[in-house]
Design a protein around this ligand. Structure first.
Ligand code: COA
Length: 333
């Protein structure tokens, strides 16, 4: 029997209209365009409007996929949403999106792997498809990080933006075939990047609000070091598993958190700048959705030839990390 292979049929994204530039940030906290550009490489970030949420942005990205591919919504058998900023603790954002899009034949669940979510999600989708348990999976990464950012904390507020991306994973033909991957985690570092309040450990109270426990907390310098090391290790392990050298990679699509992290990876693997996808300047860190947004950017702005290999690399709170090879097996439409 022919082996089932998971393919990516389409990738789309949605960015909210409102833009906060670095100069806008400098009005809110003691910072400057110079500092942000030189230390992080971010020039601006998109911010959700009032009435826009993780689910509604996810719906916008997913709707583009349904419109563009013309796939019968009844044939979608699974919706996976990866996010660290769900509309509610429960029900899942996947259930909200499933009902909004009328995907009545789809199972739906959220997958939380922070900024690594899309690669964890692609790996999950691949497993369901290749084991014959699903045929058409809508994987959505959406983040309304602005709901959890403390806009008085210059250490964190400059870093994050809102946005969504969506990927249709199928067993038929597709632009990319999902190849080898590695996933990893290190929960001992959980306190270096977290949102301490609002869960069962610190339920909302006057005290948790006064202590600003409902905002993102981060030890930036420590996170930076772990991010570079963990992504490096994951990329190396993934290349080895796939039997590839870094010279075989046509494009690197890394998590978009800080241009200096991306540069460190680029130099370590001796990849030329035009083969590394950078969107952090325009959208900042949109957590789980950043890889999808960057992948869509690659598809529309760079030439892709049959059998080109694209390497994804991710890192996020947890810590979580991973890397994955995509092979071009179809035409970008
Ligand atoms: N504007 C101006 N100055 C700022 C600033 C800002 N927005 N944020 C911090 N600073 C200051 C600090 O207060 C510090 O001042 P001090 O030396 O007087 O104490 C100085 O800049 C250096 O701070 P430091 O934290 O060492 O800067 P850095 O070069 O490490 O850059 C980050 C900070 C957050 C940009 C960087 O550490 C980073 O990108 N970390 C990883 C973030 C990440 O990847 N997160 C998500 C992972 S999924």
């Amino acid at each position: 029997m022919k082996q089932r292979r998971a393919k990516i049929l389409a990738v789309e994204s949605y960015l909210p209209k409102k833009i906060l530039t670095n100069d806008d940030m400098a009005v809110m906290v003691d910072t400057s365009d110079d500092w942000i550009v030189s230390r992080v490489g971010i020039k601006q970030r998109h911010i959700a409007a009032e009435g826009e949420f993780t689910s509604t942005m996810g719906v916008r990205a997913a709707q583009k996929i349904l419109d563009k591919t013309g796939i019968d919504p009844a044939s979608i058998d699974m919706v996976i949403v990866t996010t660290l900023s769900p509309d509610y603790l429960f029900p899942s954002t996947a259930c909200l999106i499933q009902s909004e899009l009328g995907l009545t034949n789809a199972a739906a669940f959220d997958l939380q792997a922070a900024c690594s979510g899309l690669v964890y999600g692609l790996a999950t989708a691949k497993a369901f498809i290749e084991s014959g348990q699903a045929s058409n999976i809508l994987l959505i990464a959406s983040e309304k990080l602005s709901a959890f950012v403390d806009y008085t904390d210059r250490n964190t507020c400059i870093l994050f933006g809102d946005g969504a991306s969506a990927v249709l994973v199928t067993e038929g033909s597709g632009i990319f075939t999902i190849g080898e991957f590695v996933l990893g985690a290190d929960g001992t570092c959980r306190d270096l990047l977290c949102l301490p309040g609002g869960g069962a450990r610190n339920p909302a109270s006057h005290e948790t609000v006064d202590q600003k426990k409902h905002f993102i907390k981060m030890e930036g310098r420590e996170v930076f070091k772990h991010a570079v090391r963990r992504m490096e290790e994951a990329m190396e392990a993934c290349l080895k598993k796939a039997g590839l050298e870094s010279g075989d990679i046509s494009y690197l699509v890394p998590h978009q958190a800080n241009l200096r992290i991306i540069e460190a990876l680029r130099k370590r693997f001796q990849i030329s700048p035009e083969r590394v996808i950078v969107t952090v300047d325009l959208y900042a860190n949109t957590s789980a959705s950043s890889i999808g947004i960057a992948l869509e950017h690659l598809m529309h702005n760079h030439p892709l030839a049959l059998h080109d290999k694209v390497l994804l690399a991710v890192f996020g709170s947890g810590f979580t990390f991973g890397s994955m090879v995509l092979e071009v097996t179809g035409e970008v439409k």
